[in-house]
Design a protein. Structure first.
Length: 357
């Protein structure tokens, strides 16, 4: 049996509550696909900082680097901060350390999954938002200057990362086109106002020219916020700067029924982290009512990525089984957590997914 090493950051707040069932489900379908996943839970996070003075120990980074993939829940606690008052966000630091430039945020409705939007017959929500995750307005995170009268932050767009990011977007659109999607990449920016975005757009067009089999177009971020609500079914793959992507991905999560439903991946050259779009939800932590589906679906995304990275198609089938099981539970809508309008606990919902498998 093939075996793969999975580094796990179970995090803070609701993190451990949703990580345990997700690991169990992913482990089960992988085993059925003849792949053993060796999980290693690594110390990190705001709680670890409070108790041990370190938020992301070197040994955890080394273990994550050595792993075949990384599964992460969420980190940070509102009352635990660094001495300068900033939040503890090792998940963002990991993106920089491992060069995870492509934040993949699928905005997809599984059968049975409800959207607050009224979706016309014959249409569905099924696009992917790619958020650049290592530069943009986050490039100089924690280095902004603040005086009594003025605050300044810096936005950085580099040619190197932009080229890799756009190439990633075009590759993904091509893979989707092979499955029947339109093969379209939309660059979302604010090129009409900022030079940095005009620079980014120019690089987008250069990379688009190398991919003539795909459709490439552009949109301003404010218009995209409108279109994501008015006609989101028209999009295939979108690619954007870090801060714009941060905001639009929460809008996307809202379209999918909330943060508890939105999985994601942060992918670089050789490393990948899979985690739900949501944070540690301190307001409901410890109550056993967090929705584990975003975490479980992030695990499915991990299997899909490993299927490609390790050339093991059985893992893609395993990922599909998880999606189908989640979809079945959502269609029945008997056992769902309070964020989805139900009364079930985290473990009830996770058990329902297991039963559906
Ligand atoms: P971050 O800044 O780390 O992204 P945040 O403070 O923006 O975090 P979250 O921790 O994601 O926000 O929580 C936002 C809201 O969504 C909270 O009310 C929280 O309870 C809810 N929420 C987040 N994740 C879940 C989940 N898995 N299940 C149920 N509710 C959730």
């Amino acid at each position: 049996m093939q075996s793969l090493k999975i580094a796990v950051f179970d995090g803070d707040g609701i993190g451990p509550e949703i990580t345990e069932p997700a690991m169990k489900i992913v482990d089960r379908v992988a085993r059925d696909a003849q792949v053993r996943l060796d999980f290693e839970v690594l110390p990190s996070g705001a709680g670890h900082y409070r108790d041990h003075g370190e938020s992301l120990p070197e040994s955890s980074v080394a273990a994550a680097r050595a792993a075949d993939a990384i599964l992460l829940s969420a980190m940070g606690l509102p009352d635990v901060r660094y001495p300068d008052g900033t939040e503890i966000v090792p998940q963002i630091e990991l993106r920089f350390i491992l060069g995870l430039y492509a934040g993949v945020r699928p905005v997809k409705l599984l059968p049975g999954q409800q959207s607050p939007l009224k979706i016309p017959d014959g249409k569905t929500l099924d696009f992917i938002l790619i958020r650049e995750s290592t530069e943009g307005l986050f490039a100089r995170m924690n280095e902004g200057t603040v005086t009594e009268d003025e605050a300044q932050e810096t936005l950085v767009i580099t040619r190197g990362v932009s080229e890799k990011l756009f190439d990633f977007a075009f590759r993904l659109a091509r893979q989707r086109k092979a499955k029947g999607y339109p093969g379209r990449v939309t660059c979302v920016d604010k090129a009409n106002v900022f030079r940095a975005f005009a620079f980014m757009r120019k690089i987008f067009h250069e990379r688009a020219a190398l991919n003539p089999d795909l459709v490439a177009d552009t949109a301003y971020v404010d218009a995209m916020a409108l279109w994501m609500v008015q006609r989101p079914w028209e999009f295939d793959v979108m690619v954007t700067e870090n801060m714009f992507g941060d905001i639009l991905s929460d809008l996307g999560a809202g379209l999918m029924g909330g943060l508890g439903m939105a999985p994601s991946a942060d992918i670089g050259d050789g490393h990948a982290v899979f985690q739900p779009c949501h944070g540690t939800a301190p307001d409901i932590a410890g109550q056993g009512i967090a929705n584990p589906l975003a975490m479980i679906l992030s695990g499915a995304m991990m299997l899909e990525w490993l299927a490609m990275d390790k050339d093991t198609p059985a893992l893609s089938e395993a990922a599909g089984r998880v999606e189908t099981a989640v979809s079945k539970v959502l269609t029945e809508r008997i056992i769902v957590t309070p964020d989805l309008g139900g009364w079930a606990s985290t473990s009830d919902l996770a058990r329902a997914v297991e039963a559906a498998l």
